[in-house]
Design a protein around this ligand. Structure first.
Ligand SMILES: Cc1cc2nc3c(=O)[nH]c(=O)nc-3n(C[C@H](O)[C@H](O)[C@H](O)COP(=O)(O)O)c2cc1C
Length: 221
């Protein structure tokens, strides 16, 4: 992960007026469909909250570290935000805490999240820090804020394809709903752009459908 200065102060439980956190997880650069639609969601959010600012985290250009022995040991001890093995995790959690909204733009890879997005999840879903384990179950420690999840997939997973091929399994959206809910982020809006490797027409149809949803969810100001 690139060593970036902490972009925002530690604001536990408060983020109104904070920047919009944009996460991208596609390896396909400017060709990425999820990134292109994620940029539209971000632009709409900024139009509705001028001056909010943006924190951009390209998880492919700067992948979060994989969980190692030091990290696994550090998270189970008493919370110590200054623990060296948790430094990268603290940066990612603090920028999430500071955000007024989050845009996650990701491809579907093998029915689930790309490895770099899983690596981010493992850094930000942390016992004693972003969730507590209680007799009633895990309880989120972050204040809720909207998360806009843009998923691009080569095939279809919310419905059969236009020629009737049954929908694929989807471990991506239920997984992110579960882990984000675990830390307190329960307001998840999903934009699924499906069939985007099936030609320009299918891509255009996916964009049109997602744009209609965007217009109804976040009307132009
Ligand atoms: C490693 C890999 C795995 C993929 N797995 C799936 C899959 O399980 N289901 C699917 O519909 N498309 C799958 N695809 C296709 C991508 O989801 C599709 O190309 C999509 O456009 C990627 O979004 P992007 O343009 O933002 O990168 C896969 C692509 C790659 C490279």
């Amino acid at each position: 992960m690139s060593a970036r200065p902490d972009p925002a102060p530690h604001l536990p439980g408060g983020s109104a007026g904070g920047p919009i956190l944009q996460l991208t997880a596609s390896p396909r650069g400017t060709e990425s469909v999820s990134r292109r639609f994620g940029d539209l969601v971000l632009a709409r959010l900024l139009a509705r909250s001028p001056g909010a600012g943006t924190i951009t985290r390209d998880l492919v250009a700067a992948p979060p570290p994989l969980v190692d022995d030091a990290f696994a040991g550090a998270i189970i001890g008493p919370p110590d935000p200054d623990h060296p093995a948790l430094a990268g995790s603290e940066v990612l959690i603090r920028e999430l805490e500071s955000a007024s909204a989050v845009v996650i733009a990701t491809p579907m890879h093998n029915y689930g999240v790309p490895a770099v997005l899983k690596a981010w999840v493992d850094q930000i879903v942390r016992i004693h820090r972003t969730f507590a384990s209680t007799p009633a179950g895990k309880q989120g420690l972050l204040a809720d804020r909207p998360v806009y999840l843009v998923v691009a997939s080569g095939g279809w997973f919310t419905q059969p394809s236009p020629i009737g091929t049954p929908p694929q399994p989807d471990f991506l959206t239920p997984y992110l709903r579960a882990v984000l809910g675990t830390i307190g982020l329960r307001t998840l809006h999903v934009f699924a752009l499906e069939g985007v490797t099936r030609g320009a027409e299918a891509r255009a149809m996916a964009f049109d459908a997602a744009t209609i949803r965007l217009d109804s969810l976040l009307p132009q100001p």
